[in-house]
Design a protein around this ligand. Structure first.
Ligand code: SAH
Ligand code: SF4
Ligand code: F3S
Length: 490
C-alpha cells in the first residue's frame, strides 16, 4: 500500500490532462510545465508553504548536465532548491551504475529517505539515470522500495515535466523506462550550477562496448547533436555570461560520424572556437582509438582549447587491452602520447585505469605501471574492476582475487601520486591564467581558480572575481594544487 498523501484530492486525472497536450516536442513539455505549475500551486496551498526540491547526482559529467535539466524544469514549475535532501519535499536521485559501489550507495541512501518520507506527507521521491535502465534494479525497487513515486530512465529524461505531472496526479508508482531512442529533443529549460561555465552535450550514448563497461547498455547507441544546435546553444550560453564550456560525450573523437552531413570532432571544435566571447573550450572523454592527427593539429593551433587532455588508457597491457575490446595496443597508445606532447608541449595528460580486469597477471599489471611512468600523467583516476552483469567481462574466467587487486591498486596509486606531485611542481613560479570559480571553502579571504591545465590555485581575492579570467602567479605547489597571488586587476 502506498502511503496516505494529498494526491487523491486532485480532481482531474492525468489522462484528462494529457488528452489536450500537443504531440510535438518540446511544445508538449512546455504544456506540461504549465499544468505542473497549477498542481504545484495547489500542493503548496495544502502544505501552507512553498515546497522544495533536492537533486542528488551520482556518476559522471553527463549525469551532472542531465541534473541541470531537471533543476531547470523544477524551478520553472515553482519548486525552490533545498540543498539538504533530508529536508526537501521532492528528492530526485540521478543514478550511476558504472561500478557496483555506485548502486550500493543509492540503495543505502534510499532506505534512509524512506524513513524520512513517513514523517512528511508532502514528500515525493523520484529515481532516474543509468541504474534505472537495468531491469533487475526496477524489479527490486518495485518489490522493496514501494515508497518511490516516480522512476524513469536516461532516454526519456526530456519528458520529465510530463512524467512529474503524471506522478503528481497519481497515487501509484509511475514507471517509464525506454530501451533505447534515436531522438534528441532540443531547447528545454536548463538551470546551470555555475553562471560562468557549462557542460554542453555534443553526443549521447556509446557504440564501443568495452567488455567491462555497462554504459552502452544504459545510455544506448551513439547519437551526435546537430552542429548548428550545439553552436546556437553555446552562443546563448556566452550571451548569458558563460566563458568556458566542457563538450560532453562518451567518446567525443567519434563525433559527427552518423550525422546527415558527417563532420569530425576537430571540425566542430573549429566552429566553436569562432564563437566570440567564449574564452575556453574543454572536452571529455577522448577514446585513444579515435584520436586523430587532425584533432592534435587543431589543439596545437587553438587559442581557446585548454591544455588538458583526458585520455583513458584503462590498462598498459596489450593483451588485456584486447580482452577489454579497446582497439589499441600499449605501443599505439605511447606513440599517440608522444605525438601529442610534441605538438602541444605544455599539455597536461590525465587518464582512467582499471586494476584487476579478469585474467590480469602481475606481468600485465607491471605493463600498466610502465605506461604510468612513461607518460607521467598529471593525474589519474584509478578504479578497481567491478563486475557488471550483462557485460562480456562479467563471464570471463580468472577473476582476480580481492587481495591481489588491493595490493596492485595501492602500488598503482602510490606511483600515480608521486608522479602527479612532480608534474604539478614544474609550473611553480610561473604566471598563468585562472578562471575564478568560487570562494575558498576553508578560508573566505581566498578564491579558487582553475588553470588551463585543470589544476586549481588558491589566492587572496574576493567573490566579485568569480567568473573572471585573471593572471595568477603560482607561488607554491602543494602536491596537486597551488597557492598563489593575483597579478592583474584590469
Ligand atoms: N567513455 C569514457 C569512460 C566512461 S566510464 C571512456 O571511454 O573513457 C569512466 C571510467 O570508469 C572508465 O574510463 C573506466 O576506467 C571506469 N569503468 C568503467 N567500467 C568499469 C568497471 N566495470 N569497473 C571498473 N571501472 C570501470
Ligand atoms: Fe564505456 Fe568504453 Fe563506451 Fe567509455 S568508450 S563509455 S569505457 S564502452
Ligand atoms: Fe555512470 Fe551513467 Fe555516467 S553509468 S559514469 S552516470 S553514463
Amino acid at each position: 500500500m502506498k502511503m496516505e498523501n494529498t494526491k487523491h484530492h486532485r480532481l482531474t486525472s492525468f489522462a484528462e490532462t494529457a488528452s489536450e497536450a500537443p504531440l510535438q516536442e518540446p511544445d508538449r513539455q512546455y504544456y506540461f510545465i504549465e499544468k505542473a505549475k497549477d498542481i504545484f500551486a495547489e500542493k503548496c496551498k495544502e502544505a501552507d508553504r512553498t515546497l522544495t526540491f533536492c537533486v542528488t547526482t551520482f556518476g559522471c559529467q553527463m549525469n551532472a548536465r542531465d541534473s541541470e535539466k531537471l533543476v531547470g524544469i523544477l524551478e520553472q514549475i515553482g519548486y525552490v532548491e533545498e540543498p539538504d535532501e533530508e529536508k526537501a519535499d521532492f528528492v530526485i536521485y540521478n543514478t550511476c551504475t558504472v561500478r557496483e559501489n555506485a548502486n550500493l550507495r543509492v540503495y543505502g541512501r534510499l532506505g534512509q529517505l524512506g524513513r524520512i518520507k513517513k514523517k512528511n506527507p508532502h514528500m515525493m521521491i523520484a529515481l532516474c539515470g543509468c541504474m534505472m535502465q537495468e531491469p533487475e534494479v526496477v524489479e527490486k525497487l518495485k518489490k522493496s522500495y514501494r515508497f518511490v513515486d516516480l522512476i524513469f530512465g536516461t532516454h526519456n529524461i526530456y519528458k520529465f515535466a510530463e512524467l512529474l505531472t503524471n506522478s503528481m496526479q497519481s497515487d501509484r508508482m509511475v514507471i517509464d523506462i525506454w530501451k533505447d531512442t534515436d531522438k534528441i529533443v532540443e531547447d528545454l529549460p536548463v538551470e546551470r550550477k555555475y553562471s560562468f561555465k557549462s557542460g554542453v552535450n555534443i553526443m549521447f550514448g556509446c557504440n564501443n562496448f568495452c567488455s567491462y563497461c555497462i554504459v552502452p547498455y544504459v545510455r544506448g547507441r551513439e547519437r551526435s547533436r546537430d552542429p548548428k544546435a550545439i553552436v546556437r546553444e553555446i552562443e546563448r550560453l556566452v550571451a548569458d555570461g558563460v566563458v568556458e564550456v566542457m563538450l560532453l560525450g562518451q567518446n567525443v573523437n567519434s563525433y559527427g560520424k552518423n550525422l546527415e552531413h558527417p563532420m569530425t570532432f576537430a571540425q566542430l571544435l573549429q566552429e566553436i572556437e569562432k564563437i566570440e566571447g567564449l574564452e575556453r573550450i574543454r572536452f571529455m572523454t577522448s577514446h585513444p582509438k579515435d584520436l586523430s592527427d587532425e584533432l592534435i593539429e587543431v589543439m596545437s593551433r587553438s587559442k581557446k582549447i585548454c591544455r588538458h587532455l583526458h585520455l583513458p588508457v584503462q590498462s598498459g597491457s596489450s593483451r588485456i587491452l584486447k580482452k577489454m575490446n579497446r582497439h589499441y595496443t600499449k605501443e599505439h597508445y605511447l606513440e599517440l602520447v608522444d605525438k601529442i606532447k610534441k605538438a602541444v608541449p605544455d599539455i597536461s595528460l590525465t587518464t582512467d585505469i582499471i586494476v584487476g580486469f579478469p585474467g590480469e597477471t602481475e606481468e600485465d599489471f607491471r605493463e600498466t605501471l610502465d605506461v604510468v611512468r612513461k607518460v607521467r600523467y598529471d593525474s589519474a583516476f584509478t578504479f578497481i574492476y567491478s563486475k557488471r552483469t550483462g557485460t562480456p567481462a562479467a563471464v570471463m574466467e580468472d577473476q582476480v582475487s580481492e587481495a591481489e587487486v588491493k595490493d596492485r591498486f595501492d602500488r598503482l596509486l602510490k606511483e600515480v601520486q608521486t608522479i602527479s606531485a612532480q608534474r604539478c611542481a614544474i609550473h611553480e613560479g610561473t604566471i598563468q591564467k585562472a578562471l575564478v570559480e568560487c570562494q575558498n571553502e576553508h578560508d573566505p579571504s581566498l578564491v579558487t581558480g582553475r588553470l588551463s591545465n585543470n589544476l586549481l590555485v588558491h589566492f587572496p581575492g574576493d567573490p566579485s572575481l568569480i567568473g573572471r579570467l585573471v593572471d595568477v602567479s603560482l607561488d607554491e605547489c602543494k602536491g596537486f594544487y597551488y597557492m598563489g597571488k593575483m597579478k592583474d586587476t584590469e
